[in-house]
Ligand binder design. Structure first.
Ligand SMILES: Cc1cc2nc3c(=O)[nH]c(=O)nc-3n(C[C@H](O)[C@H](O)[C@H](O)COP(=O)(O)OP(=O)(O)OC[C@H]3O[C@@H](n4cnc5c(N)ncnc54)[C@H](O)[C@@H]3O)c2cc1C
Length: 344
């Protein structure tokens, strides 16, 4: 059997590695960081099915996760929406989940090289299949800043609170061991001077979310978990040559974080790719057939959700859109559950 080389040990790379090892396919995975490590992520997994987790072989990794059943949405006038989720979402930190998956991958005989940055190859070679699971493509100028930190002792009013403002939004949700993850997306403001620890406070204040900031300040912040990311955009990601590079997860496409669905897309992309790679490893498909087949299936499977996410994004991030969204919700005309279904 041919060895598969995965670059990037986030959710997409690790879950694919486990899927392939469960089928005895030799896998080497190179990850730039060391585990455990924090990621900018809402840590709210919504829309993944139990059967998909089972098929990937990772359904036993969510033991300490917090199940989230309800959500509440706020703007500057207060709460405008309270709703039950059609299916419970999974709240678990990437700090815990990714390191567990890395351990499971190694226990299954996968070869893990952490703390090593790999070079993505552009040269096609029939003997080697390299999977690029390196996350969002770095853009020269991205207009967004993603921020996150973990809090202890924060009293949530719902399993997931979403706070909207003109400058961006912040989600707060339950994760393992009674902790709360605060994660948001803000319009990048280069005039604001911030440090890693102060960034969220500065942005919340500048967006008019001062009362939420006061609630956050009453809780204990884990300073090690404060991280930021920028220079990225949403949608299908630019690839130097998609017929030569086999991209999965966020490296293939990025969905709006408000959907709580990016990790689900990452896991689904591993499942789709894993089935094509199985045939490649068995010699039934060549490299080009494998890459083009998997990429086509991912594009078709994700198209509707990516389109819906791009169409809804302005409703949450522009003043007019947000007023319309909140107004519809306040008057009881927002088809919230139907919108959620279209994003799944
Ligand atoms: C603000 C924000 C909030 C979000 N909230 C949610 C949410 O609530 N729910 C949800 O489902 N999704 C959310 N997402 C999206 C989610 O985080 C991503 O969809 C998910 O992390 C994608 O997983 P991945 O494995 O493709 O990429 P990543 O998790 O980004 O992993 C990529 C890995 O590749 C490694 N790497 C990169 N380059 C190299 C290299 N050259 N060599 C070796 N290793 C390399 C990196 O170190 C990293 O570990 C959010 C995203 C943002 C920005």
């Amino acid at each position: 059997m041919k060895e598969i080389h995965i670059i990037g040990g986030g959710l997409a790379g690790l879950s694919l590695g486990i899927f392939l090892r469960k089928r005895d396919i030799p896998v080497r995975l190179t990850e730039a960081a060391n585990y455990p490590r924090h990621r900018v992520c809402g840590e709210f997994i919504s829309g993944i099915e139990e059967r998909q987790l089972k098929e990937l072989g990772i359904d036993d990794q969510f033991g300490d996760a917090k199940l989230c059943y309800a959500t509440a949405w706020y703007d500057e006038k207060g709460k405008f929406l309270q709703a039950d989720l059609p299916h419970p979402a999974i709240g678990i930190s990437r700090h815990l989940l990714d390191s567990r998956l890395a351990e499971s991958f190694q226990q299954l005989g996968g070869q893990l090289e952490s703390g090593t940055r790999a070079k993505v190859e552009n040269e096609a070679s029939e003997d080697r299949l390299q999977i690029v699971a390196t996350g969002r493509a770095r853009q020269k100028e991205g207009g967004w800043l993603g921020l996150k930190c973990h809090l202890s002792g924060f009293e949530l009013e719902s399993d997931l609170e979403m706070h909207m403002s003109d400058g961006g939004y912040l989600g707060l949700s339950s994760i393992e061991y009674g902790k709360v993850n605060a994660c948001g997306l803000f319009k990048l403001n280069k005039e604001l001077k911030v440090s890693r620890e102060s960034a969220m406070e500065v942005y919340l204040e500048s967006c008019g979310l001062g009362s939420l900031l006061k609630r956050i300040q009453r809780s204990d912040r884990d300073d090690d978990s404060c991280i930021a990311v920028n220079a990225f955009e949403f949608g299908v990601q630019p690839s130097p040559d998609s017929s030569r590079q086999f991209c999965i997860g966020d490296r293939f496409s990025v969905i709006g974080p408000f959907t709580g669905h990016g990790m689900t897309l990452a896991l689904e992309s591993s499942l789709i790719s894993g089935k094509w790679i199985e045939k490649y490893a068995a010699g039934l498909l060549n490299r080009d057939q494998t890459i083009s087949g998997a990429s086509r299936e991912m594009r078709e499977t994700f198209r509707r959700r990516l389109l819906m996410s791009s169409a809804l994004h302005p409703f949450l991030t522009t003043r007019t859109g947000r007023k319309f969204f909140a107004g519809m919700a306040r008057s009881g005309f927002l088809p919230f559950r139907a919108l959620l279904r279209m994003l799944r």
